[in-house]
Structures are given as structure tokens and as C-alpha cells.
Design a binder for this molecule. Structure first.
Ligand code: ZN
Length: 339
């Protein structure tokens, strides 16, 4: 029993559990930084509507997904650097879209039928295939100190209207791509017979204040760490085999990792989302974006979790009961023309 996982840059992952392929987030298009303006980190508004770069999306999907095809696209939150290409992938593959109401509205705006979308707000338990299940954990976006308007839980109130000429959407956080009411973590469990693998994945978003509940439009969605405890209790586990979590927005991410590590007690920790969200996909991580955090290394070491840091786009691993081992993905990288 082997879970295959491949990092596709930023917070994008492909999970392959038996015959089921799950894409986590979809952002391959890359929108240049200068197209955004407003707010403390110039993230609020886009200057012009954009459509997904369908050629790059199709290249990536064809290279990584093989013949089985992607069955699900899960989304952690709904900012453009997580969901901009979700509709393009869903259209290409027929994959079911799972995420916030905002993620669903973004997909509907781009022609994906409502029946292909599963809106989740936290606490749900979904069965994806025989023995393959997921618990949805409502989480915070974090980074309130950096930029309140990207951190505050915010959902789209209506399906955004595409630009009549281009069909594009404005990708800013106060345009068509708000965070989706904080974010959602996913606790996956896959078992065949006696063997079970579990993994938890959240976007790089830090937990601002773990005692603060996620409240959207007057509805209280609970405190992230409480939600996580509930999901683990429902799943009947006291630790996970793998946690993929915060790698950007240091030192918030470091605090967040330190806070959740004792709850998850992962055997393996992989940080992600530390690379540029603006540089072209085909450039890979780029020279100035390598992950570096002595604090996270220390937290992982003290928790007895082995730390694996992605070095290049398309880095792949296999997870078994015995732990995590790298997989040679040179062929994939070559096929996509990556460094
Ligand atoms: Zn992000």
C-alpha cells in the first residue's frame, strides 16, 4: 500500500491513492505581481480580468495524471494562488471540485456545473473511494498582522460575473478571489485490510490566534485546533503519518507549526508554499525562494517528525507504513521543461 505524492509548486499537490488521483489546489497560470494593487501587500485588486493559461494547465495535467485521470480537486482556500485554475482543471478532467462556497462560485462563473462541486464548511466526512476518506477541518487564513484584508474570513456573496469581452475574472482578494471564509484543512485516511495511512494537509496559512473561532457572516465555524481535535477523534487516530503544512509567512508559520505539531504528532512533516506565486511555472522554485527555517527544523526534530523539504517542482515521494521515500521524477521534470 503506497501513497504517491508530487509537489506541483506553491501549495499544489497530486495525491495518488490506488486508482484515485486527488489534486490539491490548482494554480499553474501565474499572474504577474504588477497586475495587483491595493492593501498592505498589494493583493486586494487586479488591474485587469484574467483567464487561466489553459495550455500550461493542460501540460501539467497530462504530464502528472497519466491515464487514470484526476478525480477530485480539493482546495484549501480561495485566493487566486490556490484556485485560479480549478475550473480549468475541472473542465479538462471532469474532476469534482471540493472547497469553500467562494471556490464553488468561482467555478460556476467559469461554466462548471453546480453538480460537479461539493461545498464544504468544516466538519464534513466524505468517502472518495473504497477505503479512502477525508474529514474537512475548518481553519484560519492567518497573517492578520501582515494584511487584515487577506486574513479576515471572507466568502463571495454571489457568483462573480466574468468580463464580457475576455471571460476573465479579477483575481484580487477583494475581487473574485477572497479567502473563502478562512481556509479548510483536510485529514485524509486510506486503508486496505489492516494497513492504514493518514495525512493532513493545510495551505501555508498560519493560525493567527488558535483561540479565535472562524466566524463568517455571523456563523461560528469553531476554533481551528478544536476542529482538528474533533476530526482526529472522528477518524479514530492519535497521530498522522504525514503533515503537509505552513512554509511561508515566517514567523507566523513557525508559530503555527509549533502549535499544531503536538496535536498532529506527524511521522513526517513537509513545508510548502514558500516559493514565488508570481514567477512562471516553468521557472520552478527560483533562486531566492528556497525554504529556510531553523525554528521549524527544531520543532520537527523535538516532535520526532522527519522533515522533508521540496527542492524542486515535481519532487515526488511515496508514503508507506515504513515512512516517506523520494521517487525519481526526472522524467516528469524533463517532460515539462523544468529546471
Ligand atoms: Zn497562498
Amino acid at each position: 500500500m503506497t501513497l504517491r505524492l508530487t509537489w506541483l509548486g506553491v501549495a499544489n499537490w497530486l495525491f495518488e491513492a490506488g486508482d484515485t488521483q486527488i489534486l490539491y489546489n490548482a494554480y499553474f497560470s501565474r499572474i504577474p505581481q504588477e497586475e495587483f494593487y491595493g492593501g498592505p501587500i498589494e493583493f486586494d485588486h487586479a488591474r485587469a480580468p484574467r483567464v487561466p493559461d489553459k495550455e500550461t494547465v493542460a501540460d501539467v495535467v497530462a504530464a502528472v495524471s497519466g491515464e487514470r485521470g484526476i478525480g477530485y480537486v480539493f482546495t484549501g482556500h480561495s485566493h487566486f494562488d490556490h484556485t485560479f485554475d480549478v475550473a480549468a482543471v475541472a473542465e479538462l478532467t471532469g474532476a469534482r471540485v471540493v472547497g469553500s462556497r467562494s471556490t464553488k462560485y468561482q467555478a460556476l462563473a467559469q461554466g462548471i456545473p453546480a453538480g460537479q462541486c461539493t461545498e464544504v464548511s468544516g466538519g464534513e466526512h466524505l468517502v472518495l473511494a473504497d477505503g479512502l476518506e477525508v474529514w474537512v477541518v475548518r481553519w484560519d487564513h492567518g497573517l492578520a498582522d501582515v494584511a487584515p484584508e487577506i486574513s479576515e474570513p471572507r466568502e463571495l456573496a454571489a457568483v462573480p460575473v466574468p468580463d464580457p469581452e475576455t471571460g476573465g475574472l479579477y483575481a484580487g482578494a477583494l475581487d473574485a478571489f477572497p479567502n473563502g471564509g478562512g481556509s479548510r484543512g483536510y485529514l485524509f485516511s486510506w486503508h486496505t485490510g489492516e494497513t492504514r495511512l493518514t495525512w493532513f494537509v493545510i495551505d501555508a496559512s498560519a493560525v493567527g490566534d488558535p483561540q479565535r473561532p472562524v466566524v463568517v457572516d455571523g456563523v461560528d465555524h469553531g476554533r481551528p485546533f478544536d476542529n482538528l481535535r474533533d476530526a482526529m477523534a472522528d477518524a479514530g487516530i492519535e497521530r498522522v503519518d504525514l503533515w503537509i503544512g505552513p512554509g511561508m509567512g515566517l514567523p507566523d508559520a513557525e508559530e503555527s507549526v509549533a502549535g499544531a505539531m503536538p496535536l498532529l504528532r506527524p511521522r513526517v512533516f513537509i513545508p510548502h508554499h514558500f516559493d514565488s506565486i508570481f514567477a512562471p511555472f516553468h521557472d520552478g522554485i527560483g533562486p531566492d525562494s528556497e525554504f529556510s527555517s531553523p525554528a521549524i527544523e527544531d520543532t520537527a526534530a523535538r516532535a520526532g517528525a522527519s522533515l522533508h523539504v521540496p527542492q524542486r517542482y515535481l519532487d515526488g515521494w511515496q508514503l508507506t507504513g515504513g515512512g516517506l521515500a523520494p521517487v525519481d521524477t526526472t522524467g516528469l521534470r524533463r517532460r515539462l521543461g523544468l529546471p
